[in-house]
Design a protein around this ligand. Structure first.
Ligand code: SF4
Ligand code: SF4
Length: 441
């Protein structure tokens, strides 16, 4: 069933994982204030359930899922709703958010919830429990997890692929999850295999995490077909299409989904989260986050309440160094720069990377010299140079014809471009414009 050992093209940025790869996960103390945007996932934002002045216990719902492709938001700390207002969002916009003043002397024990007995549940009921707990893809995309658990009846799925590649430089969130909570990962896999009705699961882990590979192999179940596949270290090995190609040998056709080749891919953090829900009954109210980079004094792996503000996280990690110049949520390849320290870390925040002038990308930009490096780097064989020219001229229909929608926004083209053209940013904008035009039409 296995495909090739790697995919074609891609890049090899410095891994820079040494700052945190051996640092155990620590629980961060509760901050004074939590900010919960209603839009933390792909799909429709959650619908508000609380008002200013309400008391909420840790784990209470503050917003309800609005339809199937949506999830609820839960209070990540006990306290009082202080405000409901527009607040800086990690995507650069302002988003409606619930601000909770955290109760100082509360023991912060989540409100008891019935632990779902997964063995007696039908696949549909498992899906409902996962949605109720507010689980989304914790690898950054924040797509509601339960949606992937319910493929249409006429699309047979045979394999669950667990994405533990974590190919972004600096980040060690998934690495530490696999090393420290392997039983939880295996439990989550068991539940997902039951929900999907598949009898095979493969955990893909890049070879630069030998301790994670060993821990997962030690805890493999005897009664299920689960295996660990060490992957070549190359960026973007963790992109869904690349991973599927390497694990199964199948290519996901343009415009199709992984389930069209019989596969569902889930991030290892989301799987561990599902394991926790069916173990403790707690919804998604905290997550593991790597806070790292040469611009932060104490690089760490933290268990952070969802909605903790960036300034509180940085302060807990000893603050910024004097030469810190840029803060990025996610890794440096695909992450988004954060100009506001009040921005909260949300469900999809995999890491906080603080760069100094030496590592931050140059803002000086030159014309394209047609060197072709971006073509050699693109893992989905697009022509980024041509797309860049079209983007600059706002010729979005032409970009669509040049297969812009297949672009994964992986950033390989921008990384190799000697002219420092922010290609992937331009493509993100182009994709947005096309979606808006399609929606309007
Ligand atoms: S890498 Fe940059 S300079 Fe070279 S062809 Fe691509 S866009 Fe042009
Ligand atoms: S950002 Fe898009 S165009 Fe650029 S290398 Fe990645 S997939 Fe190719």
């Amino acid at each position: 069933m296995l495909g090739s050992s790697t995919f074609r093209h891609g890049v090899h940025p410095p891994e820079t994982k040494h700052l945190t790869e051996t640092v155990p996960v620590r629980r961060m103390p509760f901050p004074d204030e939590i900010v919960l945007p209603l839009r933390q996932h792909a799909g429709r934002p959650a619908r508000l359930l609380v008002k200013v002045g309400d008391h909420v216990e840790r784990g209470d719902k503050v917003a309800e899922a609005d339809g199937f492709v949506s999830v609820p938001i839960h209070a990540s700390a006990t306290g009082t709703v202080k405000d409901i207002c527009l607040w800086p969002h990690p995507d650069g916009s302002m988003a409606e958010s619930v601000v909770i003043a955290v109760e100082k002397f509360s023991p912060q024990i989540p409100r008891p919830r019935i632990v779902p007995q997964w063995e007696g549940l039908s696949p549909q009921q498992v899906v409902e429990e996962v949605q109720k707990a507010g689980v989304v893809g914790l690898g950054g995309a924040a797509f509601p997890t339960h949606v992937k658990l319910l493929p249409p009846a006429d699309v047979p799925v045979h394999t669950l692929i667990v994405n533990g590649a974590e190919c972004e430089p600096y980040l060690t969130t998934d690495h530490r999850t696999m090393v420290e909570y392997p039983e939880r990962v295996q439990f989550g896999i068991r539940i997902m295999m039951k929900a999907l009705g598949v009898d095979r699961a493969v955990i893909g882990v890049e070879k630069n995490k030998p301790d994670a590979i060993a821990r997962l192999r030690e805890t493999l179940p005897d009664d299920l077909d689960v295996s660990v596949l060490p992957l070549t270290v190359k960026y973007p090995q963790g992109a869904e299409k690349m991973l599927i190609q390497v694990v199964t040998g199948h290519e996901v056709p343009s415009g199709k989904l992984p389930m069209n080749v019989g596969v569902v891919v889930q991030n290892v953090g989301s799987i561990a989260c599902i394991g926790e829900i069916f173990d403790t009954g707690y919804p998604l109210i905290e997550r593991v986050v790597t806070v790292t980079g040469p611009g932060v004094r104490k690089p760490s792996n933290l268990l952070v309440p969802v909605g903790t503000r960036l300034r509180d996280v940085l302060e807990f990690c000893g603050g910024l160094t004097d030469d810190a110049t840029q803060i990025v949520f996610g890794g440096p390849m695909m992450g988004a720069a954060q100009p506001d320290l009040d921005t909260p870390l949300i469900k999809g925040t995999t890491g906080v990377v603080v760069l100094t002038k030496k590592e931050a990308r140059s803002v000086e930009r030159y014309p394209c010299i047609h060197c072709g490096r971006c073509l050699e780097a693109c893992p989905v064989f697009l022509n980024p140079s041509l797309l860049g020219t079209q983007a600059q001229a706002g010729r979005y229909e032409e970009m669509e014809a040049a297969n812009l929608m297949d672009c994964m926004l992986c950033g390989c083209c921008s990384y190799v471009c000697p002219s420092h053209i922010p290609l992937s940013q331009m493509f993100a904008l182009g994709k947005n414009m096309l979606r808006k035009r399609q929606a309007a039409a």
